[in-house]
Design a protein around this ligand. Structure first.
Ligand code: HEM
Length: 403
């Protein structure tokens, strides 16, 4: 029998806030059964403490059949996965044995030493190009997309010339308004692309970038990294590493343009304020807009509800990050806020591996753009900025500004 359940709220009344229905859900039914946009049913969690519990609980599995727990996505059981599940879909101890192979490249120290000088250079070059170009321009095309693409290419050893291909494939894969076939075509493009890249790098014995490092690890005797694993990790890093940060950079810039008092705070003392400002923007905007799912491995209690083994549990991170139990005046953007933690990068063992890279990019770009172009303003009314309402990551498609 099909369960009659309310739909997960997805429509926003305002551009920078999550759907208003989350406010009443969080108060009255913080762990509640809903139907997700893909037709699946499960539990939606809208409070911060319960959301953190889901991410931290080893009884909650990240091992999900392909597509089944991404609440925006369509499901088709029994399909062959094109690559082995990558560590983002593994539980302990397997997850850690793979994540450990990469972790050293993603620490704050490694990012500061290996990526920050490159980041400083490319950001300045892009600012110079903006200064030399037309007064009105698309910030996404000029900065928010190229910087994360360049950084991930540098990190992985992927040719930047291939950016249009991998970006469009990622967008197709993440767009919940497209058909299952179109999204699968995007994923297949990325898999074929990384497969070819791995073959080229093997042939040329390239030592540049993380993919070459992973090939070395995979080729060592007794390695746990199979070729299908290697390709899966390459695909994951390539799409997770650029689309998220690009979405966050565009949306953060729109937010700063429409919040002049916070922008002034950031510019008054960028060295001190950039870190807290980026954390507050991460919390306030929480771009992973349809939440993240786990599957209960056994019966358990959560927020007074009985969750059964096999149930899908989705944490609405954008609702949890506006929980008044955890944050004072949660709907206000406030760079003076002391944030201990938020869920925008997830939480627990799967917490975003690339968070220090994303932070470095945002902390470098946001203050420098406004320092260099203090008159920067929207070239269209804020209500007319085209928003990506169907992407796994919320963001702007285009941000026309005048310098
Ligand atoms: C995991 C968000 C940037 C690579 C995650 C998760 C979230 C997230 C919410 C948790 C997934 C889960 O628990 O199922 C973001 C956001 C970003 C960002 C909002 C930018 C603002 C990056 C970058 C990279 C990256 C730049 C790579 C360079 C990864 C990887 C995982 C992950 C590999 C899987 C970690 C694991 O399962 O152990 N990210 N991410 N992310 N992210 Fe990010």
């Amino acid at each position: 029998m099909t369960e009659t359940l309310p739909q997960m709220p997805v429509r926003r009344a305002t551009r920078l806030d999550p759907p208003v229905e989350y406010d009443s859900l969080r108060e009255d039914r913080p762990v509640t059964r809903v139907r997700f946009p893909n037709g699946l049913t499960g539990w939606l969690v809208t409070r911060f403490e319960e959301g953190s519990q889901v991410f931290a609980d080893p009884r909650m599995s990240a091992m999900r059949p392909r597509h089944d727990t991404r609440p925006g996505e369509a499901t088709e059981a029994g399909q062959d996965a094109p690559f082995d599940p990558v560590f983002v879909m593994m539980d302990e101890p397997d997850h850690s044995s793979y994540r450990r192979l990469l972790a050293g490249r993603f620490t704050p120290k490694s990012v500061a030493a290996r990526l920050q000088p490159y980041l400083d250079r490319i950001v300045d070059e892009h600012l110079d190009a903006i200064a030399a170009g037309p007064e009105t321009f698309d910030f996404v095309e000029a900065m928010a997309l190229p910087i994360p693409c360049l950084v991930i290419c540098e990190l992985l050893g992927v040719p930047y010339a291939d950016r249009d291909g991998f970006h469009h494939a990622t967008q197709a894969m993440m767009d919940m308004s497209r058909s299952r076939e179109e999204r699968d075509r995007g994923a297949k493009w990325l898999i074929d692309y990384i497969t070819q890249l791995v073959a080229d790098k093997r042939r040329s014995k390239s030592t540049e970038g993380l993919i070459a490092e992973l090939i070395r690890i995979a080729d060592a005797e007794g390695s746990i990294v199979t070729d299908r694993q290697l390709i899966g990790m390459g695909v994951l890093l390539l799409f997770a590493g650029h689309d998220t940060t690009a979405a966050m950079m565009g949306l953060s810039t729109l937010t700063l343009l429409t919040h002049p008092e916070q922008r002034r705070k950031l510019l008054a003392d960028p060295d001190r304020t950039a870190g807290p400002a980026v954390e507050e923007l991460m919390r306030y905007l929480t771009i992973v807009q349809f939440g993240l799912g786990r599957v209960a491995k056994e019966d358990l209690e959560l927020g007074g509800q009985h969750i059964r083994e096999g149930d899908l549990v989705v944490v609405g991170m954008n609702a949890a990050n506006r929980d008044p139990r955890t944050f004072d005046a949660p709907d206000t953007l406030d760079f003076d806020r002391k944030i201990i933690r938020h869920l925008a990068f997830g939480y627990g063992v799967h917490q975003c591996l690339g968070q220090n890279i994303a932070r470095a990019e945002l902390k470098t770009v946001l203050p420098r753009v406004f320092a260099r172009f203090p008159e920067l303003r929207l070239a269209v009314p804020a209500e007319q900025v085209p928003m990506d309402e169907h992407g796994t990551n919320y963001g702007v498609f285009e941000l026309m500004v005048t310098r």
